[in-house]
Design a protein around this ligand. Structure first.
Ligand code: TXD
Length: 296
């Protein structure tokens, strides 16, 4: 099993490290900056004896080297700077993602793609349209991360929750939709922790000064890769292409899905409350604005 990771920056390199350390698959790491992917790949490779992993990793600035990859993770793009919204990134990252999508289609025509680049839902839509791949094989990473941030905020308040009953749906942005089916969370704690989760990315960016979060984001990508490589058929939130589910179509947005070796094997439709439905609609509207801007 070969995984291509496009973009050897913070998220890309950390995903590569997690995949190699765990021995999940072989990796080819790609970046446009000459030598960067190569240097990081050598460094990651040196840790193999420590983790007793025989997975192989190469680093390159030549896209032809991704040929034959089964899964492609796209992290190429610009990261948010302090005060910059995810939407500010739209124009610049669209150009990068277009170029990357063309290369992926050329060298890995039957791969499954996980998109990480922001603005996440819009970029995932754009990758699907540009490659022309089956939407089940183009998946956006955000829901695993946003849900983890939500659960972590609850854990920090010592809330005894059933983790399967708490999730983040909607866009990976200011309009994400917290969903709680656990009865022992008060409405105060619910709104406080979901707000914390919603703002976590910006909070981290503010502290870091340059760059954005990558430890939990790379762990989230790793969870998705593992589900696909090991055909786990596990349920998690991801940005998926809707064709009528949740009353939406021709859009990528965060929903619970089942991930397995075929990619998105099922979109899980849970019953939403009236408020959640409204919030989901608002979120979809915001994503559509982004899609309209880039498809013009
Ligand atoms: O939940 C989520 N989806 C996210 C998304 C969580 C964290 C980060 N999120 C977004 O992922 C972030 O806003 C960015 O749009 C991407 C990548 O974040 P990262 O923190 O890894 O950014 P870096 O460190 O700047 O790395 C990006 C790399 C950098 O090394 C560039 O040289 C490279 O991408 N790059 C390219 N590589 C290959 N091909 C092309 N064309 C290219 N252009 C830039």
């Amino acid at each position: 099993m070969k995984i291509a990771i496009i973009g050897a920056g913070n998220v890309g390199a950390m995903v590569a490290s997690r995949v190699i350390d765990s021995g999940l698959a072989d990796v080819v790491l790609v970046d446009v900056v000459p030598g960067m992917a190569k240097g990081k790949a050598l460094d990651i490779s040196d840790a193999r004896p420590i983790f007793s992993s025989r997975s192989g990793i190469t680093g390159t600035d030549n896209f032809a080297d991704i040929k034959g990859s089964d899964i492609v993770v796209i992290t190429a793009g610009l990261a948010r700077k302090p005060g910059m919204s995810r939407e500010d990134l739209l124009k610049k990252n669209t150009e990068i993602i277009k170029e990357v999508s063309i290369q992926v289609k050329k060298y890995c025509p039957s791969s499954i793609i996980i998109v990480v680049t922001n603005p996440l839902d819009v970029m995932t839509y754009f990758v699907m349209k540009t490659t022309g791949f089956n939407p089940k094989k183009v998946i956006g990473m955000a829901g695993v991360l946003d849900t983890a941030r939500f659960i972590n905020a609850l854990w920090e308040r010592n809330q005894d929750i059933d983790r399967d009953k708490v999730l983040m749906m909607g866009s990976h942005g200011d309009t994400m939709v917290p969903v709680n089916r656990s009865e022992n969370i008060s409405s105060e704690v619910f709104s406080e922790t979901s707000e914390l989760a919603r703002n976590r990315g910006a909070e981290i960016v503010k502290h870091l000064g340059t760059g954005s979060a990558y430890f939990a984001p790379s762990a989230s990508v790793f969870a998705m890769l593992k589900a696909i490589v090991k055909n786990e058929k596990s349920a998690m939130c991801a940005s998926a292409y809707l064709e009528g589910q949740y009353g939406e179509k021709d859009i990528y947005i965060g929903v619970p899905v089942v991930l397995g070796s075929l990619g998105i094997e099922k979109i899980i439709e849970i019953e939403l409350t009236k408020e959640e439905k409204q919030a989901f609609k608002k979120s979809a509207l915001q994503i559509r604005e982004g899609i309209t801007t880039i498809m013009l």
